[in-house]
Design a protein around this ligand. Structure first.
Ligand SMILES: Nc1ncnc2c1ncn2[C@@H]1O[C@H](COP(=O)(O)OP(=O)(O)OP(=O)(O)O)[C@@H](O)[C@H]1O
Ligand SMILES: [Mg+2]
Length: 366
């Protein structure tokens, strides 16, 4: 999958940008604050309808403007135009000019993997943050997953409300609670199975990737869930035994809304044991594993974005990554310092200079 063309209108610091990209490596360089991350944020938004650095879409609209728009031409075995419009009223998504009513129909179309230096949050932030990232990643390749999450969350909300009610009314009948618990288990098990499979897929790749790039260590991801490897009967028993406790708290204490994941390097949890560098390296490997999973499951490589990778890694490691990608993956790399970029990489790359929201393509030989 390749992004051939990107058009930004009143998006972040861009008034009007129209730029064509190469199918292989695109290096985007410019000073701090020039608009490099804004550019790749536009690409990310185009694919996932969400930003990676703000939850408030209105931040994406250029200051003093009413509406932002991102349009991109994506080529797979066909060529399609994708568009997202954002204004005060919300977000609209279009494919080839036709408006789509369900965002879930849109987000499975363009596959993208982003590495951003802030991603080490994935290791150090809360389980909720890790679940959020994983949910975004799985929903790109599994349409059913978003719907299951939404079904689960609805049951969870009802169940919490009912538990509160039981607490207040002192009602001892658990008939309705049994029904809600049954639904929670049903959706929860489906979600847990999908998460478990995804983590297994990641583990098929991540250890080799880490070793290939960093030349030591054994990296693994561990899925932690109360639902993992359990069946309906066992879970029903577990919930029943804790009904009283849940009534006392007035909320659902167990379920896949508490799932977590840990990354282990040579058997040690990288959050408690790993150095800052090892944490970054494990996230880079995690992202590159995703590239390979998406290729395996969809038979096409996703678009890969490496924001500020050069500030994170030395030449040799970047070379190892580029070799691994083997020019098959369309890659966007941002950097402030073009001189730091390995010459070998520059030869085959298209280079773009960003200066105060202007993007200029620079001739390779120039
Ligand atoms: N909604 C907006 N309207 C106008 N300008 C904005 C908006 N949002 C952000 N900006 C500006 O866009 C500029 C560029 O930000 P961006 O994050 O793309 O920089 P960058 O090139 O990635 O820099 P760095 O090298 O420091 O990462 C910033 O100066 C910021 O103030
Ligand atoms: Mg930036």
């Amino acid at each position: 999958m390749k992004l051939k063309k990107l058009v930004l209108k009143n998006f972040r610091n861009y008034s009007n940008l129209d730029v064509d990209f190469s199918d292989t490596t695109n290096i985007i360089f410019g000073d701090n604050g020039s608009g490099k991350s804004n550019l790749i944020e536009g690409i990310y938004l185009l694919a996932l309808t969400k930003s990676f650095r703000t939850n408030n879409d209105l931040n994406l609209i250029k200051e003093n403007e009413g509406k932002a728009s991102v349009n991109g031409t994506i080529v797979t075995n066909e060529k399609c135009s994708y568009q997202i419009d954002i204004d005060e009223e919300g977000k609209k998504v279009f494919i080839d000019g036709d408006k789509l009513n369900k965002i879930s129909d849109y987000v499975t179309k363009i596959n993208i993997v982003l590495f951003n230096p802030l991603d080490t949050r994935f290791i150090n932030d809360s389980p909720a943050f890790r679940r959020k990232i994983l949910n975004i990643e799985i929903s790109q390749i599994n349409k059913e997953y978003l719907n299951l999450l939404s079904d689960y969350n609805k049951v969870l909300k009802n169940r919490n409300a009912y538990l509160k009610q039981l607490l207040i009314n002192g009602n001892s009948s658990t008939e309705y609670l049994d029904i809600l618990t049954g639904k929670l288990i049903d959706y929860g098990l489906k979600i847990a199975n999908i998460r478990n499979e995804y983590i297994n897929e990641l583990n098929n790749f991540i250890s080799d990737i880490y070793k290939n790039i960093f030349e030591y260590g054994d990296l693994k991801i561990n899925y932690k869930s109360m639902f993992k490897n359990k069946n309906v009967d066992k879970l029903t028993d577990d919930y029943r035994r804790n009904y009283r406790k849940e009534m006392n708290y007035g909320k659902t204490l167990f379920g896949i809304h508490h799932d977590d994941f840990e990354i282990k390097l040579d058997g040690h949890n990288i959050r408690e044991y790993g150095s800052v560098g090892q944490q970054k390296n494990s996230i880079i490997s995690f992202k590159l594993s995703e590239v390979l999973i998406i290729k395996k499951l969809t038979h096409d490589f996703p678009i890969l974005i490496l924001d500020d990778l050069f500030s994170e890694l030395d030449d040799k490691k970047i070379n190892n990554i580029i070799k691994m990608l083997n020019k098959e993956v369309q890659t966007f790399i941002t950097t402030t310092d073009i001189d730091k970029v390995n010459k070998e990489l520059l030869v085959d790359a298209s280079i773009y200079k960003v200066n105060n929201a202007n993007v200029e393509r620079i001739d390779n030989n120039g």
